[in-house]
Design a protein around this ligand. Structure first.
Ligand code: PLP
Length: 452
């Protein structure tokens, strides 16, 4: 037992790398559903779900029970030594819910970044080509390869180079990237962005050197921006014309987060490779890729695998997650709670005395972003006088701090002034109403404090 005056947060600050950025100094001890209790007994309402991981809430009883049961059977059924029974069971459960029947062959890993790297290795081995095209605003992880694929913030790669070579970034249809107003026609942004992808293939990386286009169907760390269906269709066409693979990173947007099991489903576009992680095992480390048998057969035996790849306990937890989605009609709740949250945010935008500060409410399902009217435009860059005027302080970090004072966890995202809601997908109507109440108070307090 630690001494009564032991300060776990202070101990952590001393002994854990300063390289971790942390939202709060709370020490989490218990989690149940949408609530976390700290070592000091503070009960926090969680609008982060551990960054989109605990989609069924913390410690979902059926997932916990399945993991506990597996712990008594076999915990480490190593995949380079034999087949793992819980992994085989998971594949049977996963195949029917993947976004396209051609995705019939899998590889499991531990983290999202590892799965992204597995997708890159597959694309390179299968196409015998090297380069990868990514989107401006993308986030794919913090390893040396995935930091190279990331274009949401420089912090992930800064000072850590040289990173993996062979990565080219192209435009994503997000008004703020173009410095255009929020009401810019989305289809015009799509046309511009597809034009840039085609130019990238003519000016930067030839199709004969390019293995794949990698995209998050909803850009996550880059600002919670869904890719319009027409953009995904356009990318599919460009990939088909140039013999490139289309890789969808659904690490954050997958497992019911956007109201369908995978975000790409809504567009009807077929990815060649799907990357998943986070929500699949509700907190147990598990990730993976799904692709066609034909592509996956082009990798040499021994080129894939890893000590903990597709851990048995995590696989058992994942099968329980899939069962709970069915038994508990989780996607129905996502649709209802999404409507509740979005209509609350729109009413705040219209009715609050500070509502004009909310520039955009966007997203799908329970992956909802709020962007404040604080984004530099091309007009600012063009105008020398405006360029010298200091932009007002960002609102999102202040709102996050105000929410924390009121015992609610909420995250910001991207270089823009954006907040993101990622609650558990089974959050109740009452809990979400409480969160909306706390958000309103926090937003208004932050706006007032910033002198608006
Ligand atoms: C879209 C996306 N890809 C990859 C990753 C990296 O996952 P991990 O942190 O598990 O390595 C993340 C993490 O937030 C993500 O959102």
């Amino acid at each position: 037992m630690p001494a009564a005056d032991f300060d776990a947060a202070a101990f952590g600050e001393t002994h854990i790398t300063k390289g971790i950025g942390r939202l709060s100094k709370h020490v989490f001890e218990d989690g149940k559903g949408s609530w976390i209790t700290t070592d000091k007994g503070v009960k926090l309402l969680d609008m982060t779900a551990g960054i989109g991981v605990c989609n069924l809430g913390h410690c979902h009883p059926k997932v916990t029970a399945a993991a506990a049961k597996q712990c008594g059977k076999i915990t480490h059924a190593q995949v380079n030594i034999g087949f793992s029974a819980p992994q085989i069971e998971l594949i049977k459960n996963l195949l029917p819910i993947l976004p396209h029947p051609s995705l019939d062959t899998l590889f499991f890993w531990n983290s999202g970044a590892e799965a992204v790297e597995a997708a890159v290795k597959l694309a390179r081995a299968a196409t015998k080509k090297q380069n990868i095209i990514v989107m401006q605003g993308s986030y794919h992880g913090r390893t040396a390869a995935t930091a190279a694929l990331t274009r949401s913030k420089t912090i992930y790669g800064e000072g850590h180079g040289p990173l993996m070579p062979g990565v080219f970034a192209t435009s994503f249809p997000f008004y703020a990237h173009f410095g255009l107003p929020v009401d810019t026609d989305v289809e015009e942004l799509v046309r511009q962005s597809l034009h840039q992808v085609r130019l990238t293939l003519q000016q930067q990386t030839a199709p004969s050197d390019t293995a794949a286009i990698l995209i998050e169907p909803v850009i996550g760390e880059g600002g919670y921006v869904p890719a319009p269906a027409s953009f995904l269709h356009g990318l599919r066409q460009i990939c088909d014309e140039n013999n490139l693979l289309l890789i969808c990173d659904e690490v954050q947007s997958g497992f019911g987060r956007t109201g369908t099991m995978f975000a790409v489903e809504e567009s009807g576009v077929r990815p060649d490779v799907l990357i998943f992680a986070k929500g699949i095992a509700n907190g147990f480390p598990l990730s993976g890729i799904a692709s066609t048998n034909e592509l996956m057969s082009r990798q040499k035996p021994g080129s894939m695998g890893g000590t903990y790849a597709g851990n048995a306990v995590a696989c058992a937890a994942a099968s329980a997650v899939i069962q709970a989605f069915k038994d508990e009609h989780v996607l129905d709740n996502v649709a209802k709670r999404s409507e509740q949250l979005v209509s609350f945010l729109h009413s705040l935008q219209k009715e609050s005395r500070y509502g004009h500060l909310i520039e955009d409410v966007r997203g799908r399902g329970l992956m909802i972003g709020v962007q404040f009217a604080n984004t530099p435009t091309t007009a600012d860059s063009d105008n020398a006088a405006a360029a010298t005027v200091k932009k007002p302080e960002q609102i999102a970090p202040k709102v996050v701090a105000e929410c924390l004072k009121r015992d609610m966890l909420l995250l910001s995202t991207s270089v823009f002034d954006v907040l993101r809601f990622i609650p558990a997908l089974n959050i109740s109507e009452d809990e979400l109403a409480q969160a909306c109440g706390i958000f309103k108070e926090s937003f208004e307090a932050a706006a007032k404090e910033l002198g608006h």
